[in-house]
Design a binder for this molecule. Structure first.
Ligand SMILES: [Zn+2]
Length: 280
């Protein structure tokens, strides 16, 4: 065998060997990932807001929030299951599930993330936009990621990532986020929400946020990501012990405000209707 040919053969053997080694190491990494995932799969607990006698939204609201949240949640579940996540729904039908039960479900999976889906409402029809809430600091990356995709994909205003002590966010021991997918009291957003393709789009954006939560946290995807320092904790009223009384108070105040329809309100009060229930 001529020396030059021998050298070429040796080179070829080395190359094949190197490629094989590469392949072995890649498949080792893959199987390592798989076994890691198999050992502790991420469970996404999806929490469709309201249900049963709790319609969500404000009295007289035409589109029931509970139906929209459940539909988006089901679509999100399908997408996440396809991507290999284990998915648990806090409700999968039109039933009322107390907030404490929702939290207990989330907390029963140590390696879970908790995604609450809501739509907003306000007495001012013009109120619009997407907002995403978190409470614990370790929930911020997930909140930023979900908000980045949902607000980026929705044809409406960006109301930002907000920190607030809603019951479901305060009591969960796993990263927990609540996304408000737009205002059902806004005619344009309500019309969007009532189309299946838009609800599918919302689900796809939330799923993208879940899947890319670590990229967004590292800042590799987006510049428009909030830091915890930039988000002050918003005040909330702890109504845990007075849920019934607060409902009465709420009805009374609604009748009162209906009488005073034309009175002006501070801009910040417009999104508080849904919030009050979630805080209890
Ligand atoms: Zn709601």
């Amino acid at each position: 065998m001529p020396a030059i040919f021998q050298q070429q053969c040796l080179f070829a053997v080395l190359m094949v060997g190197a490629l094989l080694l590469c392949d072995v190491s890649i498949s080792a990494t893959r199987s390592g990932d798989n076994s890691r995932q198999a050992a502790s799969p991420v469970t996404v607990v999806i929490d469709p807001g309201h249900g049963g006698h709790d319609r969500g939204g404000i009295p007289g609201q035409r589109v029931a929030e509970k139906d929209m949240t459940l539909d988006v949640a089901r679509r999100l579940k399908t997408l996440l299951v396809k991507s290999g996540y284990r998915v648990v729904m806090t409700r999968d039908s039109d039933v009322f599930v107390p907030l404490a039960s929702r939290v207990a479900i989330a907390n029963s999976y140590p390696n879970a993330i908790f995604v609450c889906i809501h739509f907003n409402s306000a007495r001012r029809m013009g109120a619009d936009g997407i907002e995403t809430y978190f409470y614990n600091r370790d929930s911020l990356p997930l909140a930023s990621a979900i908000h980045y995709f949902v607000a980026g994909g929705a044809p409406t205003s960006n109301r930002g990532v907000r920190r607030r002590g809603y019951y479901v966010l305060r009591k969960t021991k796993v990263p927990a986020v609540l996304v408000e997918c737009g205002f059902l009291t806004n005619p344009t957003e309500a019309a969007y929400a009532q189309t299946a393709s838009y609800r599918q789009k919302l689900a796809a954006e939330i799923a993208a946020g879940v899947e890319k939560r670590n990229d967004v946290a590292r800042g590799t995807t987006a510049a428009r990501v909030a830091t915890s320092e930039s988000i002050p904790l918003q005040p909330y009223i702890d109504q845990t012990r007075v849920a019934k009384a607060s409902r009465h108070r709420y009805k009374r105040s609604h009748r009162k405000s209906a009488r005073k329809k034309k009175s002006s309100k501070p801009a910040n009060s417009e999104a508080s209707t849904d919030s009050k229930r979630r805080e209890s």
